[in-house]
Design a protein around this ligand. Structure first.
Ligand code: ADP
Length: 540
């Protein structure tokens, strides 16, 4: 019986930290300040990370503790991302857009001992006073007024200044908790997912090799918030691969964001479709310099074909669609087209698919009757996943319903083709069943936004006497344009099955969004039920 001769070497974030600090000392963390950038090399950042770990240690943070962050993407947030896990504690990235009662819940449920907060966000954090009362120390980044918190605070800069570089990082078991992230909790309370050192390590390599393709010399603009599923793994990936890390801080609106892009010239970036939609809309009113960007990952929600085409045609930017979820660290698929295609037009057909499953993720499709479906591009069912960076449960909240014999039930409905490309048809809770047949809200939305005068479109299912359920399309029309249900129905002919075309339409100023910028259909459904939407029928 032969035995492995390999070392048993733990897979830890500390190893990633040391690698980037030694090998890529000169690369930079660049944080935008609205009109200029702040730059700190990886080498100097590493020394600051050591000081932070010492300071937190002096405050009593030790192995097994939780340190919350309530921050934009910036230098100090990145420092906490490394210092806290490498000390053996877990960094809990709090979502700055939660409602006060959700924020109160996640701080308590996470068991945050210390919270690091931006001075610009003190007022928002102060909305959870009861949970804050249980937090031992609050550390404020910046020297702005923090009186809203009504308590003594520590200042990040003072803490670091009082330390000297050097830290004796503990040897950690690879299964030690490293990070904590909550799902956005569309129904009920958010649920905590706790990533281990090992899961972060393998996710970093899996995501990089699986299609993020980050390399030395890249400049990566990390728009996706660090609290949204760990900025999709970009921070650690850039650190070990030697890509500069560009952080937009609070400047996320299209105008300041594109000013940052023009000034600092990233070649790669990632964000949800809402952000890129805003950039495209701004581009219609003024000339934008996006010439440095080669490719961007867009995910978290379906990416319409129209967006992929416009970025390519107008700016020469390649969009790679990504799919995943907080429970998956988050990456599951990336839509890199297969090799050997002749033209961009052929490529687009692949890029509009949700994406090709990346190595490290096992995926299957399970039909309503519990049977596993073939990868034939037709058989539909719930997408289930398992793998070394996929959660096996939730913090303080066992939820056996979310698992099926060791597989995570994603709550997404889809099909997989023979090449391993997944196509998400809908979320289980969003699918519409009309006269016994499925209508994909995702596909319908994509078909509607292909209309040049439509900015956003969200489709929800509503009860219907004859068909059980029918779609209602909520549409945001471009400034100055006028569209009627008749014109839109006409536009949809040939694009979707005739019976998919909605009879009921509503025109709104903006589609409501969740805390991470996705369409919030729960709010739309509620507005519909309460008569808050003005419905116009196609035949009116
Ligand atoms: P939340 O569930 O709160 O939105 P996540 O960010 O974890 O938080 O969301 C994961 C979900 O987002 C997936 O289960 C899927 O429904 C949706 N999603 C993510 N990426 C895509 C994509 N490329 N296409 C369609 N849906 C997507």
């Amino acid at each position: 019986m032969v035995e492995s001769t390999m070392m048993e070497y733990p897979l830890t974030v500390t190893q990633l930290l040391r690698h980037g600090a030694r090998v890529h000392r000169d690369r930079q963390v660049v944080t935008w300040q609205g009109d200029h950038a702040r730059r700190v090399s990886f080498g100097d950042t590493y020394e600051r990370i050591e000081r932070l770990a010492q300071a937190l240690g002096d405050l009593g943070v030790g192995e097994g503790d939780v340190v919350g962050t309530f921050c934009w993407n910036h230098q100090e947030h990145l420092e906490a991302y490394f210092a806290v896990p490498c000390m053996g504690a877990a960094v809990h990235t709090l979502n700055i857009r939660l409602f006060p009662d959700q924020l109160d819940f996640v701080i308590r449920d996470g068991g945050d001992k210390v919270i690091v907060v931006d001075d610009s966000l003190v007022g928002v954090l102060a909305q959870a006073p009861d949970a804050l009362a249980e937090v031992e120390h609050v550390i404020v980044v910046g020297d702005g007024d923090a009186s809203a918190l009504g308590r003594e605070v520590l200042r990040y800069d003072d803490l670091l200044a009082a330390q000297t570089p050097g830290y004796d990082w503990p040897d950690l078991d690879e299964n030690t908790a490293a990070m904590m992230c909550y799902t956005s909790g569309t129904t009920g309370n958010p649920k905590g997912v706790v990533y281990s050192h090992r899961s972060q390590w393998v996710h970093t390599f899996g995501a990089t090799a699986g299609g993020l393709n980050i390399g030395a010399g890249d400049r990566t603009l990390v728009i996706v918030p660090q609290f949204h599923a760990n900025a999709w793994g970009l921070i650690y990936a850039c650190w070990i691969m030697g890509s500069d890390i560009l952080q937009p801080e609070r400047y996320l609106q299209p105008e300041p964001l594109t000013a940052f892009i023009a000034a600092e010239r990233p070649n790669f970036s990632a964000a949800v479709p809402t952000v890129w939609n805003g950039v495209l809309a701004l581009g219609q009113t003024k000339e934008l310099d996006l010439s440095s960007l080669d490719r961007v990952v867009v995910g978290g929600a379906a990416v319409p074909r129209a967006m992929i085409e416009r970025f390519h045609d107008e700016y020469g930017i390649e969009i790679v669609q990504g799919w995943g979820m907080t429970e998956m660290s988050p990456l599951g698929t990336l839509s890199m087209p297969p090799p050997g295609l002749g033209s961009w037009e052929e490529e687009v057909d692949w890029r509009v698919k949700t994406g090709r499953v990346i190595a490290g993720v096992d995926m299957r499709i399970i039909a309503d009757d519990g049977s596993e479906q073939p990868w034939d591009g037709k058989a539909i069912g719930e997408v289930q996943v398992r793998g070394p960076w996929i959660t096996a449960g939730y913090h303080n909240a066992p939820d056996p319903e979310k698992f099926d014999d060791g597989w995570l039930r994603t709550g997404d409905v889809g099909v997989i083709d023979p090449k391993g490309f997944l196509q998400i048809v809908d979320r289980v809770k969003d699918v519409i069943k009309s006269g016994g047949e499925w209508i994909s809200t995702v596909e319908l939305e994509n078909a509607i936004v292909a209309h040049p005068e439509v900015v956003e479109a969200a489709v929800i299912g509503v009860p219907d006497e004859k068909w059980d359920e029918r779609p209602v399309a909520a549409v945001v029309v471009a400034a100055g344009a006028e569209l009627t249900p008749g014109a839109l129905s006409e536009f949809l002919q040939e694009k979707v099955a005739r019976w998919w075309v909605p009879e009921r339409w509503t025109f709104i100023d903006e589609v409501p969004k969740t805390s991470v910028g996705k369409y919030d259909k729960k709010v739309l459904r509620r507005d519909y039920e309460q008569g808050g939407l003005t419905i116009v029928r196609a035949d009116d």
